[in-house]
Design a protein around this ligand. Structure first.
Ligand code: GLN
Length: 529
């Protein structure tokens, strides 16, 4: 079922295999009909993870990238929507002339093609395919049928099935129950799939007796029963799964060379995480704060910045709507060492974001704005420093006299909402001497995008003269990518999404420097108290 940790399990396996010098890629199949998650409400689906090539993908791809430390592409995520769309488009083109198009074989064939499409001419030793949803759901059936057939297509010895199940703990009787595992395995078998390995997710450790019971009912060997107990830290999971012998059994079943595992870097990372010293508190001010998954990569990138300084990052989730009347709500911000305003869409909660940015700017609290966060910083500055009281984004007010943030010209004629934003990787030239340059230490950087609006160049000179400097430019189209205030300890806002490129052992330079500024602010703050 969802939220069980299949994504982390797939990502961890990828890490473990790479540690044995085996090349991998990971893909996700999502059984819903949307072509991609880009048009879904973040409350439904969590964050939309953007790939270098502009794919709007499932947040599990973020886990994959962070764990295997490789950039993936839009071809690493396929939904039912995209599969059916391809099949129907092909039907219209006449590719199957004469045939009746059916789930089997046309849809299942397309799914099998998608497993291979992930490779995009690259060669890897192992493709890990995660299928979202729950065994028994109607909508995931074509995917399960396709992977059943796939075994015959590529050779029985070249495919193995890992089933991630839930072993609930019943507090009242103090026992773990294996029934849900038995039943989902029965369900899988009824569609012709016998799992080779079962990963049992549980709150507490499974006893040998319980493991034996699962092996007996589900026809697997003891070594193929992997227990994934709740981990304290996300990044501990690969080590826990290694200790359970997960990668060894995968390789022995695939009859692949079992090279010695080298997880030194990962062990070092986990050791750092277990020995953090001191806490820095960052406030994330957004409108989806009740669902933390909506800002997953941002939260991870902040933690990565913390690991660099061996600090624990406490995130205070602040609903921007509460800050609409900031001056009645200042307590929300009293313990905070840095403020981050993330991306988003629509007008709800905008005033709260603008209020909090004013607060950060005036009180010299480290501030990091991302995408909509940068746009709000520009609106705030225009209203409160330039005195353009009605400054706004045309996203929120079509008829504003001062659209300091405006729709990109090439976006104006676009009618379709799905997949039409400025997406993916673009270069940005950084001004020497800026905070951004201090972070990146280079002049040309590449970052991922997902937006339709931008800083309106008509106001650029005015804004810069008043102290909000444009320090990063996409030169080809002369678009402002980074703004910052030099007369402030750390006030940086970016039009792109740096969070997608941060990795646990390689924090993104902007997140690292933001945390560094927050650490300084926190010690100053403590001294004042
Ligand atoms: N809504 C804004 C735009 O489309 C910001 C998007 C974002 O934050 N990802 O430009």
């Amino acid at each position: 079922m969802s939220s069980l940790g299949k994504g982390i399990c797939a990502a961890s396996l990828g890490r473990l295999l790479k540690a044995r010098d085996i090349s991998v890629t990971i893909q996700k199949f999502d059984p819903y009909i949307n072509v991609d998650p880009g048009t879904m409400n973040p409350f439904q689906h969590g964050e939309v993870f953007v790939t270098e090539d502009g794919g709007e993908t499932d947040l599990d791809l973020g886990h994959y990238e962070r764990f295997i430390d490789e950039n993936l592409s839009k071809y690493n995520n396929f939904t039912s929507g995209v599969i059916y769309k391809t099949v129907i488009d092909n039907e219209r083109k006449g590719k199957y002339l004469g045939s009746t198009i059916q789930v089997i074989p046309h849809v299942t064939d397309e799914i099998k093609r998608s497993i291979k499409r992930t490779l995009q001419n690259k060669k890897v030793d192992i493709v890990i395919t995660e299928i979202g949803g729950t065994v028994g759901d109607i909508e995931s059936l074509p995917f399960l049928e396709a992977i059943r057939q796939f075994k015959k297509d590529v050779g029985m010895e070249n495919v193995l099935y890992v089933h991630v199940t839930y072993v609930p703990y019943l507090k009242t009787t103090g026992e773990l129950k294996t029934k849900p595992t038995q039943h989902s395995v029965k369900e899988l078998r009824s569609i012709g799939i016998q799992p080779d390995i079962i990963v049992c997710r549980s709150e507490i450790k499974l006893s040998d007796d319980l493991k034996n019971k699962i092996c007996l009912f589900c026809d697997i060997e003891k070594e193929a029963n992997i227990n994934a107990v709740d981990a304290k830290h996300l990044y501990e999971v690969p080590l826990m799964l290694r200790d359970e012998g997960f990668d060894s059994i995968v390789l022995s079943k695939l009859k692949m060379n079992n090279k010695l595992s080298n997880l030194k870097d990962w062990e070092k990372l986990v050791n750092t995480i277990r020995n953090l010293n001191g806490t820095v508190t960052i406030g994330i001010v957004g409108k989806y704060t009740t669902l933390k998954d909506a800002y997953l990569s941002i939260a991870e990138a902040l933690k990565h910045g913390g690991y660099f300084f061996k600090k624990n990052i406490e995130i205070k989730w602040i609903n921007s709507e509460i800050l609409d009347k900031l001056y009645d709500n200042k307590d929300y911000l009293s313990e905070i060492d840095g403020i981050l305003v993330p991306g988003g869409f629509g007008i709800r909660g905008i005033n709260g974001k603008i209020n909090v940015i004013k607060f950060a700017r005036e009180r010299k609290i480290p501030f990091f704005g991302i995408c909509l966060g940068m746009q709000c910083a520009v609106i705030e500055f225009s209203r409160n420093v330039l005195g353009l009281k009605d400054a706004n984004s045309s996203e929120f007010d079509h008829s504003t006299k001062n659209p300091v943030i405006d729709i990109m010209p090439e976006q104006e004629t676009i009618k379709n909402k799905g997949g039409t934003m400025r997406l993916g990787r673009y270069p940005c030239k950084i001004k020497k001497g800026s905070l951004a340059y201090k972070a990146y230490k280079k002049e040309v950087i590449f970052e991922r995008h997902r937006h339709r609006y931008e800083l309106n160049n008509y106001y650029r000179e005015l804004i810069e003269k008043a102290g909000l400097e444009a320090t990063g430019i996409y030169q080809e189209k002369n678009l402002v990518e980074i703004v910052e205030i030099s007369d402030h300890p750390w006030f940086v806002a970016v039009q792109f999404h740096p969070e997608f490129k941060s990795r646990p052992s390689k924090p993104h330079p902007l997140f690292r420097d933001f945390i560094s500024a927050a650490i300084k602010y926190s010690s100053l703050n403590k001294r004042k108290k």
